[in-house]
Design a protein around this ligand. Structure first.
Ligand code: F6P
Length: 326
């Protein structure tokens, strides 16, 4: 593979706390190794529209503690078209970019995989999403911060839930994955987590009610993954009002609150290590891999594995949650 002299760097899809720490780490590791960095604004959209500027080390000063992404982000429709990707390729040539580092979730890495194979171009991905739904990595950048935000919010809702003896359904993000709901429930001592992974197997709400929850407690908190499969918090509350009217039910949807805020130490460290590993990967001649963490070690995960199938949740955690909610 030809020597890499210049990389392009972008963040794409939903932002996640820690993306700035990753931008900083990629930029500084590249410059440390004598590689130029071109910052691409608004994800693939900036690649198509030529919003590309050279980054120096100062461009990434004082950002490690900020949420969001200084490169901005977008979900880009044009990049899904052949013409859009061709335009992106023209801009890559125009700016002498030899490789790309893409920070984003599964949609962003799928786009990277397609572009890499169409133009035979080296790309390294970093898993940046609060959902933790990419295979081949124990954690994604932003997940720990989102979990902590959920914990902060649920602790506050617990005060009012217990004052009023109410049943609260608290909806968290995660797209089609239950990592935030399940681990958020464990972290907050919630009664249960209703997650998409097991929704097709049985009626989680009926099981929860039959289990006799609230017998020994005067209030209950249930974390629900956003998802058409679970019905979301609104759908479940609607059912409780009809089927179990004895419960005084309320709903809180945490929504985009979960995406913001200063990243936790764990996310800053993960993003810094992954950013540095992305440059190592390119220098070692790796291409079309995502950086993953496997038991604290940085590993290279082929795009095909990172985005293939559904990352499984740990079913033992559901059992632990059940046991601890008696
Ligand atoms: O993938 C991150 C995520 O926050 C999901 O949890 C959520 O379903 C989605 O993005 C929301 O996307 P948007 O911000 O575009 O509404």
């Amino acid at each position: 593979m030809a020597k890499i002299k210049t990389i392009g760097l972008l963040t794409s899809g939903g932002d996640a706390p820690g993306m700035n720490a990753a931008i900083r780490a990629v930029t500084r590791s590249a410059i440390y190794n004598g590689i130029k960095v071109k910052g691409i604004y608004r994800g693939y959209k900036g690649l198509v529209d030529d919003e590309i500027v050279e980054f120096q080390t100062q461009n990434v000063s004082n950002i490690i503690h900020h949420g969001g992404t200084i490169l901005k982000t977008a979900r880009c429709k044009e990049f899904r078209t052949v013409e859009g990707r061709q335009q992106a390729w023209e801009n890559i040539k125009k700016h002498d970019i030899d490789a790309l580092v893409v920070i984003g979730g599964d949609g962003s890495l799928s786009g990277a995989r397609q572009f890499a194979s169409e133009f035979d171009f080296p790309i390294v991905g970093l898993p940046g999403t609060i959902d933790n739904d990419l295979s081949g990595t124990d954690h994604t950048i932003g997940y720990d911060t989102a979990l902590n935000t959920i914990m902060w919010c649920v602790d506050r809702i617990r005060d009012t839930a217990s004052s009023h003896a109410r049943l609260f359904f608290i909806e968290v993000m995660g797209r089609e994955s239950g990592f935030l709901a399940l681990n958020g429930a464990l972290a907050t001592g919630a009664e249960a987590a209703i997650i998409p992974e097991i929704s097709t197997e049985h009626d989680q709400l009926a099981e929860l009610i039959e289990r006799g929850f609230r017998k020994s407690k005067n209030s209950s908190i249930v974390l629900v993954s956003e998802s058409p499969v679970t019905g979301g918090a609104m759908g479940l509350a609607e059912r409780v009002r009809k089927e179990y009217p004895q419960y005084d039910v309320r709903v809180t949807i945490l929504g985009h609150l979960q995406r913001g805020g200063s990243p936790t130490a764990l996310d800053r460290i993960l993003a810094s290590r992954m950013g540095a590993a992305a440059i190592d990967a390119l220098l070692e001649g790796q291409r079309n891999v995502m950086i993953g963490d496997d038991d604290e070690k940085m590993i290279y995960v082929p795009f095909s594995k990172a985005i293939a199938g559904k990352k499984p949740i740990d079913y033992d955690l559901l059992e632990t949650l059940r046991r601890l909610s008696i």
